[in-house]
Write a protein that binds this ligand. Structure first.
Ligand SMILES: [Zn+2]
Length: 312
């Protein structure tokens, strides 16, 4: 397979690595903090590991050098590669929220439910999450600290809503906040922000509270897993909240009309189209197509429907 690396230096010894989910470029980002105790945030899928390893080598991080691997949550586009990376970097500690920890040690149940959602495309999209020895996993609760060396720390903050095992992480030196999927999807080519509200965990109030938590941390920059850095912090977090509200309102409307999932997806897509530059005619349709694979309107609508059913 093609393992060409795409590394973008972001300043403060932070490097964005394209983890190339399913071979697509520019939809899943991992980050190396090359401090005294190097830390990899979001290793990506199992298929990402053969791309991430040469990237770390290029950045001077050898098999014995990586001190920690951190995931914002255990969805397979973020954590599918944890087992492979843990094997390649035997001294690295794996950090995850306590609600996700057991799935990294024993991935069978997680893989079974992912197989039910994705069917045969599971293999080409994500590959197989391998188990990590429980002794190498450190579970964090409401907050946690990852020692980056030299007094630098990465602090984790529980941020559920997208997933019940989601954390955001803020770097004490740079003020970078790793937002995972809690602030939605940022598309750098068009500066669109779209919501990420998949089943079964999505919950609007919880997600909005997590955005408040992010705001209160006073980050200098947001680092999206999908995709890349954003410096307009306040506006972006506000926009993330607005996207959630609009999608939930629109799905509620579709649900009140008794529409089934397909018709609800069509209605929501139609009503929200003008909000996103990605659907404009002058934008390469392949860009929208690959983001649809990562973050489909159908999955977002299904997640919101599920949440509305739960509250009903
Ligand atoms: Zn994701």
């Amino acid at each position: 397979m093609d393992t060409t690396t795409t590394i973008t230096p972001l300043g403060g010894d932070v490097y964005e690595i394209d983890t190339r989910m399913a071979g697509f470029s520019g939809i899943t980002a991992g980050y190396l903090i090359r401090s005294d105790r190097p830390c990899l945030v979001e290793p990506g899928t199992a298929g990402s590991a053969p791309v991430v390893q040469p990237a770390l080598t290029e950045l001077g991080v050898g098999p014995g050098d990586l001190a920690s691997v951190v995931v914002t949550h255990i969805h397979l586009d973020h954590a599918g590669g944890v087992g492979d990376i843990a094997e390649m970097y035997p001294d690295a500690e794996v950090v995850v929220h306590e609600k996700g920890a057991r799935h990294l040690a024993s991935p069978e149940r997680l893989m079974r439910s992912a197989r039910m959602v994705y069917g045969d495309s599971l293999d080409s999209l994500f590959g197989e999450l391998k188990p990590t020895e429980a002794t190498r996993i450190r579970a964090v609760e409401d907050t946690g600290v990852i020692d980056l060396g030299g007094g630098r720390r990465l602090e984790s903050h529980y941020s559920p809503g997208h997933a019940k095992h989601h954390v955001g992480l803020i770097d004490s030196l740079t003020g970078d906040l790793y937002v995972g999927d809690a602030a939605g999807i940022y598309i750098p080519e068009t500066a669109d922000i779209r919501p990420a509200t998949p089943p079964p965990d999505f919950d609007l109030d919880t997600a909005l509270r997590s955005l408040d938590t992010f705001r209160s941390l006073g980050p200098q920059r947001l680092l999206f897993a999908h995709y890349g850095p954003v410096s307009t912090v306040r506006d972006t977090l506000e926009r993330s909240a607005e996207e959630l509200r609009i999608w939930v309102d629109t799905v509620r409307d579709a649900r009140d009309r008794g529409l089934d999932l397909d018709h609800a997806v069509a209605m929501v897509t139609d009503r929200t189209r003008d909000r996103y530059a990605i659907t404009r005619e002058d934008v390469d349709p392949e860009l929208a197509a690959k983001y649809e694979i990562l973050n489909s309107a159908e999955s977002n609508v299904a997640g919101i429907m599920h949440a509305l059913d739960r509250h009903a």
